[in-house]
Write a protein that binds this ligand. Sequence first.
Ligand code: SAM
Length: 204
Amino acid sequence: MESFFNLTDVIPPMSREESLIYFAKLFGNKNPIVVELGSGNGHFLAEYAVLNPDMNFIGTEILLGRARKFYSKVEKRSIKNLVVFRGDMRRFVWDFLYREMVREFIILFPDPWPKKKHHKHRLLTRKFIQMLFICLVHGGKVSLATDYEEYRDFIIEEFTYVKGFKSSSNGKYSEYAENYPVSLYENKLRNEGKRLFFMQYMKT
Ligand SMILES: C[S@@+](CC[C@H](N)C(=O)[O-])C[C@H]1O[C@@H](n2cnc3c(N)ncnc32)[C@H](O)[C@@H]1O
């Protein structure tokens, strides 16, 4: 099974039907799909994929060096239910995914773009959240983490604009994620003594 793709080298599927066939062929089955956006070197997703062999995992990472480290984990551990797409995660969502295809989106420590004039670069705007909503199956979820309080509040507010999402912590957050492996950034930030905020939203 091929497990590493440069987004610019792949012609995206042109419809939902094509996309379902594309991923079924890629993984050799029709198991539920989990997508991580901004995977870094794949420390988290490799672990999560091994723990959940009955699901298919897609990691996305823009930096070539990190994407390669990620892929070497997949190869070394012969992980069959995990593929890496190197490129812009937004492009992956817009070009490869269609309505009701994804069981879970995972976004751990996305760049917070702290300066006000840079807020426009933030991933988790209401428009992008709407896009995630469309791509999720019913009962599917978005799992998120940040260490940046102002981005946390921004994310919580942006989710209120998208109808149909239910917060699993009543529009708040928790400081630990249960049942998830630890990501590299989580480890690093905890070692620095930072407070971390985890949020989860379910498509109702
Ligand atoms: C702060 S790191 C967190 C990495 C990982 N999620 C973790 O928790 O260890 C954010 C990651 O998102 C990646 N990233 C930023 N913008 C991206 C984009 N447009 N498309 C794909 N990855 C992106 C960065 O290169 C970086 O590896």
